[in-house]
Design a protein around this ligand. Structure first.
Ligand code: GLC
Length: 691
């Protein structure tokens, strides 16, 4: 476990031995009790007003794009300086990575840890000390406007990537896992109440938050705007105290989402909110008065302030980070962005080996689409990091084309003559991209939930027009989540899902198109044949009910085939699943096993494979997903190479929440573990019994 201690310096006597974020050799971290002693010393010195001053932001307007909280100059207590976001530091220019769901499609936890570290380093370089990321909300339905920000639909997958990202960030600054919890509708986000029972809450909508608390010691958590079972998240005692603080042992702080993220003074303080951001509408003098009136015990304030001071000391915030502007958009960080874009691209279709393109065999390549020369980085909400430069699909293709003649048609409606030219090319790349008005964080100027999973009609018409005449139509999709492919896909030769691929997206796309690298992305969320195959998406009501099933599990429970299942992705080689072995034949709810899966690259090209491990309970007596992802491992294979990957399995991930016992328990039923390249293809399996 990459505990905060292992990589940051703590205070010994109020003097940071070395600042977070500096590249200087970090001193040996202080033991926790030195921090706790210091916390108590500070707490004993603080007046009630000073304690409450620690519990809210310093104002609506950010300073150099950073949102501050109060310092206490008298005692030398530093400020928090918070900054977004999940795809890069939203302060000035910064490395702009592919969006969260594109990184979710890499299934590469080591890469995600490196990306987290890069963002943490750039946060510190800009004077920030809290990065408001990762977004790890369950993608319950792809029409969610912020689908692009999270990693995908599955809690095990979200937890693994979230842990890795937080570990990386927290080598330099504090991370903040968001938005706790069940935040997955954008248009009604400020008021909707998500109704769910304890099983859905504990098994689906919070276990990944539990993972980042228990396994990565996340420094802070941001409460969501919405309500859960009628209570706003920032004052929801079940979420913030029963689960997060008491249940999981979280010893950091909870900050609200901005402005409407805090709805009360007394309710929020008693419910477990530690910091109101970015202002003091409800905390501040109102909270002081509530304590003085006996409505909020001062012990409650002390608990919040302890959490705040503890994190300030653990991350040595009172010694200003040695800012190193050279790390921002540094070559290694930009290369990470390129690698993430490349590994996140998912090859959905490849008829007759249309891809990769052989540069030597291509004379003329057409690149088509209104947005083909526009870098699509994502929405324009709070995660809107901006790079100094970004590479569009066309620019990347031109740069990577070698001697090929590239002709561009930057239109959704090519003329007859243009269509003739497109049809006469050796191949045509058609780039279809969604825009911030199609999906994004809900802001006064736009964004919000998608109105449909279908591509815009003009784009469908373009795809059909080109593929009717160009036999080698290669489609590149840029969107924040699954789209419908049925109406147009049959005439195409290849389809790549590139998501919003970040500042280096065009180069990464070219590397895949020309075969410099094989595609290895795997879908982090199911692509349905039609929207009706998914649970209904209600972006208007003030109350919605969530159950145990959505996405792939929803389709499986109904026997509905997906257009492309969870975990799906093609490569440029063929992988054979040879065997699965377990280091035990039984497992307890609090136990673990290791699955060993042997795979062979039977093709002629190097290929990365994401080996996925799924679990099914035989004749389950309770409602549950027919098949559930319980682990995965990514492995690079040379042509002909065989490898055995080890995938740890936790009994907890096979268990269900027994409300009567108030515990996770295993059903007295057989369990089948199966492994394969997607939720729908699991060629090897092994049985395990609960104990
Ligand atoms: C926004 C977002 C949140 C972000 C915060 C600060 O409303 O919901 O993700 O971190 O405000 O920008």
């Amino acid at each position: 476990m990459a505990h905060a201690w292992s990589s940051v310096v703590a205070i010994v006597s109020g003097l940071g031995a070395c600042a977070c974020g500096s590249t200087a050799e970090r001193a040996r971290p202080s033991p926790q009790d030195a921090v706790e002693r210091r916390v108590e010393e500070w707490l004993a010195e603080l007046t009630l007003e000073e304690k409450v001053e620690q519990m809210h932001g310093s104002g609506f307007a950010p300073v150099d794009d950073l949102y501050g909280t109060a310092e206490n100059a008298r005692l030398g207590i530093p400020s928090f300086w918070m900054v977004d976001g999940p795809r890069g530091v939203r302060a000035g220019r910064a490395t702009t990575f592919p969006v969260g769901i594109a990184r979710g499609a890499t299934w590469d936890v080591d890469l995600e840890r490196e990306i987290g570290e890069a963002m943490g380093r750039e946060t510190a370089a800009k004077g920030g000390n809290v990065l408001l990321a990762p977004t790890i909300n369950v993608l319950r339905h792809p029409r969610w406007g912020r689908a692009q920000e999270t990693y995908g639909e599955d809690p095990a997958h979200l937890g693994a990537l979230g842990v890795a990202f937080v570990e990386g960030v927290q080598r330099h600054v504090l991370a903040s896992a968001k938005h706790f919890a069940a935040n997955s509708i954008e248009n009604t986000r400020l008021s909707v109440s998500v109704e769910l029972d304890e099983r859905a809450l504990r098994e689906i909508y919070t276990p990944h938050f539990e993972r980042v608390v228990r396994d990565a010691n996340v420094a802070s958590v941001m409460s969501a705007y919405n309500r859960v079972n009628g209570e706003y998240c920032a004052e929801n005692e079940v979420l913030l105290r029963t689960l997060l603080k008491d249940g999981w042992g979280f010893d950091g702080f909870v900050e609200s989402d901005w402005l409407a993220g805090t709805r009360s003074t007394v309710g929020s303080a008693l419910g477990g909110l530690d910091i109101e951001m970015p202002v003091s509408n409800h905390y501040g003098f109102r909270l002081v008065a509530a304590v003085q009136a006996g409505e909020v015990p001062e012990a409650t304030i002390d608990d919040s302030v302890r959490r705040i001071l503890r994190r300030k000391l653990q991350y040595s915030l009172d010694t200003p980070a040695a800012r190193d502007p050279a790390v921002v958009e540094s070559a290694p960080h930009v290369e990470l962005a390129r690698r993430a874009a490349r590994e996140g691209i998912v090859l959905l279709r490849n008829v007759g080996g249309a891809l990769p393109l052989d540069r030597a065999a291509i004379g003329r390549l057409a690149v088509v689409g209104r947005l083909a020369d526009v870098p699509r980085l994502g929405d324009e909400g709070s995660s809107n990091a901006q790079p100094t430069r970004a590479v569009s699909p066309l620019a990347g293709i031109v740069a990577g084309a070698g001697g090929i003649s590239v002709e561009s048609f930057l239109t959704s409606a090519p003329s007859s003559a243009e269509l003739d030219s497109i049809s006469g090319a050796d191949a045509a790349v058609v780039v279809i991209a969604l825009e911030p008005d199609d999906e994004g964080e809900k802001l006064p100027g736009g964004g919000g939930d998608r109105s449909s999973l279908a591509l815009p009609a003009e784009d469908v018409a373009l795809l059909q027009a080109v593929s009717a005449r160009q036999p080698r139509t290669l489609v590149v999709l840029e969107a924040g989540g699954p789209v419908l492919t049925e109406p147009w896909i049959s005439g195409t030769a290849a389809v790549l899902m590139a998501w919003y691929p970040g500042m280096e997206g065009g180069h990464a796309l070219a590397e895949i198109l020309f075969g410099d690298h094989a595609p290895s992305g795997r879908l982090p969320a199911v692509f349905p044949v039609q929207e009706a195959d998914l649970p209904p998406f209600d972006a208007t009501s003030d109350q919605v009910t969530y159950g145990l099933l959505h996405g792939q599990a929803w389709l499986d429970a109904r026997g509905t085939e997906a257009a492309f299942p969870l975990g799906f992705g093609l490569g440029y080689s063929t992988i054979r699943y040879d065997a699965i072995g377990l280091d035990g034949s039984s497992i307890a709810a609090d136990g673990s096993l290791t699955a060993s899966v042997t795979v062979t690259n039977t093709g002629a090209r190097a290929q990365a494979e994401v080996v996925q491990l799924y679990a099914s309970v035989v004749e389950s007596a309770i409602e549950r997903a027919p098949v559930r992802l319980v682990g995965f491992a990514r492995v690079e294979l040379a042509p002909g190479e065989a490898a055995t990957v080890e995938i740890p399995l936790r009994g907890r991930d096979l268990a269900y929440w027994d409300a009567a016992a108030q515990a996770f328990v295993l059903e007295p039923a057989g369990i089948v573990l199966s492994a394969g390249p997607s939720a729908a293809e699991r060629p090897v399996s092994a049985a395990v019994t609960p104990r």
